[in-house]
Design a protein around this ligand. Sequence first.
Ligand code: SAM
Length: 269
Amino acid sequence: MTIEIINTGVNKIYCEDCLDTMSRMPDNFIDLTVTSPPYDNLRAYRGYSFDFENIAQELYRVTNCGGVVVWVVGDATIRGSETGTSFKQALYFKEIGFNLHDTMIYQKSGAGAVGSNKCYLQNFEYMFIFTKGKINTFNLIHDRKNKRVGSMLTNTKRCNHTVETGRKHRRITAKEYGKRFNLWKYATGKNTTSKDKVAFNHPAVFPEQLVNDHIISWSNKGDLIYDPFMGSGTTAKMAVLNNRCYIGSEVSEKYCGIIETRIKGIRGC
Ligand SMILES: C[S@@+](CC[C@H](N)C(=O)[O-])C[C@H]1O[C@@H](n2cnc3c(N)ncnc32)[C@H](O)[C@@H]1O
């Protein structure tokens, strides 16, 4: 079965529990996982179980040395308290060997923000970036416009607030665009999350641009991308469009149908 996955099993969606798919993968197989688990029963996924600890351990085993797992998650509020599940999961990933490389934020545009009348409106999720050992690939996106551009001397302020410039100071060259901050903001909703109408038959579609940005940041062309909770198929679609290979698991037959429709005709890598 393992041989089957290696030779012919990529660029496929497995309509099954992700633990079954991963059980057929060899160690150190996946370069990048981009996923969002079913969290805190925020949405009822047709009653399927979610065995977090075993899934995390299997993800560690199948992730390549230097590979990355992007885990996008939020918390439910139950009886007046946020569950904190996202933090518990992040600490568990660390306990089993992953490095917590970065805690990033996915900020949603205002539309659809939720919350009780005693709290500010909730409009973000965590994007935990885990690495197995020293990270292999980091093609960081430089799209933050710098205020000052070109060659300049660095200044130091004296205690009396006068500014000193001179030979002792370092000359730096600021490019037009600098490295992005780790809070990523995406417009959410129909036509912005995705233009694929069929995708919205799933209740929790990733913004395509979010997945795109992680794929180009943490993988190279030809790498193998996995999503154990493929949902409507966003990770597969963006992997193909970026010339990466993919594998996906999705336990619901209904959602597997959405994925098939969505990625029909764009087979890649
Ligand atoms: C948050 S959604 C993922 C949405 C996805 N990111 C997208 O863009 O459409 C989680 C998905 O995981 C699926 N799921 C839940 N438990 C699973 C399991 N054990 N194995 C595989 N899929 C599972 C659910 O059916 C659901 O579609």
